[in-house]
Design a protein around this ligand. Structure first.
Ligand SMILES: Cc1cc2nc3c(=O)[nH]c(=O)nc-3n(C[C@H](O)[C@H](O)[C@H](O)COP(=O)(O)O)c2cc1C
Length: 214
């Protein structure tokens, strides 16, 4: 059975990004695969420490991250998986810091410092990225014209170009009336949550099915 690991880079385990992850997982299961969601905020780890054990000549950990923290078993699981999904809300115009740390630790060991930077990943994993954000699709295109390419550069280099799934204009607060929010209209947000978000969930579900079937 094909297995997909879904890394949720949102601190919230039951909001927009988590729901997109669940929908993707349901698509994987519908297609006969196995899916596991890992909440990165529950994992005790930091970004790359620049120890270079992964690049040491004749080193026993050449080409793998051997730093012994909470991420080690997660990286191990990914090495046996067939697919990987990285999901993140947009924070301050990029993925969350935790997601960024995860991508560093996952990909840098497979990025060989040789002409053309060949990948030495043991497997060309199928990959997908899920992004959720406050801004509309039009504003995202205007504000982040190349951010997604940059964020995905290492994943694309060491594995395969990820499939992208977006949820724009997400519903951020449980009760908009309790917070100072002048730039986002509560009623427009409600409309988006009721009308657009179910379509986004469906896209995640279909992408989950495709990852297994393709
Ligand atoms: C610290 C922080 C920074 C954010 N920065 C952005 C941003 O730059 N652009 C954007 O569109 N949304 C931004 N947002 C909104 C979130 O991306 C959006 O609400 C997202 O869907 C939240 O995902 P979640 O429900 O899984 O937590 C930010 C939210 C937080 C908490």
């Amino acid at each position: 059975m094909k297995k997909v690991i879904i890394a949720n880079g949102s601190p919230r385990k039951n909001q927009n990004t988590a729901k997109m992850c669940e929908s993707f997982a349901n698509g994987v299961k519908e297609a006969g695969g196995e899916a596991e969601i890992i909440n990165l905020y529950d994992v005790d780890f930091k970004g790359c420490r620049s120890c270079f054990a992964c690049k040491l000549k004749d080193g026993k950990n050449f080409g793998r991250c051997s730093y012994p923290d909470g991420l080690a078993p997660v990286l191990d699981k990914i090495s046996y998986a067939d697919g990987l999904v990285v999901a993140s809300p947009i924070y301050c115009s990029d993925v969350t810091g935790v997601t960024r740390c995860f991508i560093e630790r996952l990909t840098f060991p497979f990025f060989e410092y040789k002409e053309g930077y060949p990948s030495i990943a043991p497997k060309k994993l199928k990959t997908a990225m899920i992004y959720t954000m406050n801004v509309s699709e039009a504003l995202s295109n205007q504000m982040y014209p190349d951010m997604f390419d940059k964020t995905e550069f290492m994943i694309t280099t060491v594995f395969e170009k990820p499939v992208r799934i977006f949820a724009y204009d997400t519903y951020q607060f449980s009760d908009y009336d309790k917070y100072v929010v002048e730039t986002f209209d509560k009623n427009k947000k409600l409309k988006s949550r009721e009308e657009q978000f179910p379509n986004d969930l469906l896209k995640a579900f279909e992408a989950g099915k495709n990852m297994i079937n393709s």
